[in-house]
Design a protein around this ligand. Structure first.
Ligand code: NAP
Length: 294
C-alpha cells in the first residue's frame, strides 16, 4: 500500500537490519521501529543489540524484536539464521544490508586477513543475503532492499582502494537489481553516505576485523574525516540519525539512490560527472604523497 506521500506502508512487516549494533544500522533500526511489526537485529556484539532491543520494545508498544549475534562473514551461520527465521514463520519483507567496514592505507601495506574479511562482509555477505531473501519477496510481490554503499564507491580513493571498490560493487549491484526487479513489487535502494560520525573510523584504522570494543563514536568520527591531504568541511558531516532518516524515507518512496546531506549530494554529483583522466591525475598525486610520507 502507498500513502499520499507516495511512501509504501511497512505496517505489519518484518525488517532485518545488519550491523544494528552501532552507527547508521542502529539508527535505521530506530527509524524502522516506528513502522514495522517485527525487527531482526543482526551483528556480532550481542550486548549492544540487546540494549537496542530493550530501548525499542519500551518505546514501541507491540513491536517484536529478535536479536541474533552472527558473524556475517560466516555464510553457513548466516544461512542457519535465515533457515531458523523461515522455520519460525518470520518472512523478511525489508532487508537492510548495512553491516560493513573500511580500511585505511596503501593496499600493498595492509594485512590480507583484514582485506579478505572486508570483501567477505561488504561484498559477499550482502549479496548472499539478497540472494536468499529475494525469491520469496518476488513470490509475495512485496519487498524493499536497502544497500548501504558509499560516496567512496563513486570515486575509489587511494588509501581506501579495496573499501571504495567494495562500495562501487554495492552501488552497481543496487542499480542493476533495481532495474531487474521493476514491476515485481520489490524495490532496491542504494544509500550512499558521505562522512558520518560512527565507529567506522576506528574500524578502518584497525589491522584486524574484530569488533570495536571501546571507542567513542565522537573520536571515531574524527578518524573517519582524517583523510590524507583531504580536509572535509564540517558541513559535509551528516549525523547517523539524519542519514538513517533520509535512507528509510528514500526506501519507502522506492528511490533507487539516496545520498544523505545536501552538500554530500552535490559533491557526489560533481564526482560522478568529473572526467576520469583528471580524477586519475589528482588521485595519483595524492597517492604519491601518501607513499612518500611512509
Ligand atoms: N560512517 C561513515 O562515514 C560511512 C560513510 C559511508 C558509508 N558507510 C557505510 O555505512 C555502513 C555502516 O557503517 P557505520 O558508519 O555505521 O559504522 P559502524 O558504527 O562501525 O557500524 C558497522 C556495523 O557493522 C557491523 N559488523 C561489522 N563486521 C561485522 C560482521 N563480521 N558481522 C556482522 N556485523 C558486522 C558492526 O557490528 P559488530 O561489530 O557488533 O559486529 C556494526 O554494527 C557500512 O556499510 C559503511 O561502509 C559509512
Amino acid at each position: 500500500m502507498v500513502n499520499a506521500m507516495n511512501e509504501i506502508s511497512l505496517s505489519g512487516r518484518t525488517a532485518l537490519v545488519t550491523g544494528a549494533s552501532s552507527g547508521i544500522g542502529a539508527e535505521v533500526a530506530r527509524e524502522l521501529a516506528c513502522d514495522v511489526s517485527t525487527l531482526v537485529l543482526v551483528a556480532r556484539r550481542r550486548d549492544r543489540l540487546e540494549d537496542l532491543a530493550s530501548e525499542l520494545t519500551a518505546a514501541h508498544h507491540g513491536l517484536r524484536v529478535i536479536v541474533r549475534d552472527v558473524d556475517l562473514t560466516d555464510l553457513a551461520a548466516t544461512g542457519r539464521l535465515l533457515d531458523e527465521l523461515e522455520a519460525s514463520g518470520v518472512a523478511i519483507d525489508v532487508l537492510v544490508n548495512n553491516a560493513g567496514f573500511g580500511d585505511r592505507g596503501l593496499l600493498d601495506e595492509r594485512p590480507w586477513s583484514k582485506i579478505e574479511s572486508l570483501l567477505a562482509l561488504n561484498v559477499v555477505s550482502a549479496t548472499f543475503l539478497i540472494h536468499r531473501v529475494l525469491p520469496k519477496m518476488v513470490a509475495r510481490g512485496f519487498g524493499a532492499i536497502m544497500n548501504v554503499g558509499s560516496v567512496a564507491g563513486i570515486v575509489s580513493k587511494p588509501g581506501s582502494a579495496v573499501y571504495g571498490a567494495s562500495k562501487s560493487y554495492l552501488n552497481a549491484l543496487s542499480d542493476a537489481l533495481s532495474a531487474e526487479l521493476r514491476g515485481t513489487g520489490v524495490t532496491v535502494t542504494a544509500v550512499l553516505p558521505g562522512p558520518v560520525p560512527t565507529e567506522f573510523g576506528a574500524m578502518a584504522m584497525k589491522d584486524d576485523a574484530a569488533p570495536v570494543r571501546a571507542a567513542s563514536a565522537e573520536n571515531a568520527g574524527a578518524d573517519e574525516r582524517r583523510e590524507p591531504r583531504l580536509k572535509l568541511p564540517r558541513a559535509m558531516v551528516v549525523s547517523a540519525r539524519e542519514c538513517a532518516r533520509q535512507a528509510v524515507l528514500g526506501m519507502k518512496r522506492g528511490s533507487a539512490r539516496v545520498v544523505p546531506g545536501g552538500l554530500v549530494y552535490t559533491m557526489a554529483k560533481i564526482m560522478d560527472n568529473a572526467p576520469r583522466p583528471v580524477l586519475r591525475e589528482l588521485l595519483g598525486r595524492s597517492a604519491a604523497k601518501m607513499r612518500r610520507r611512509q
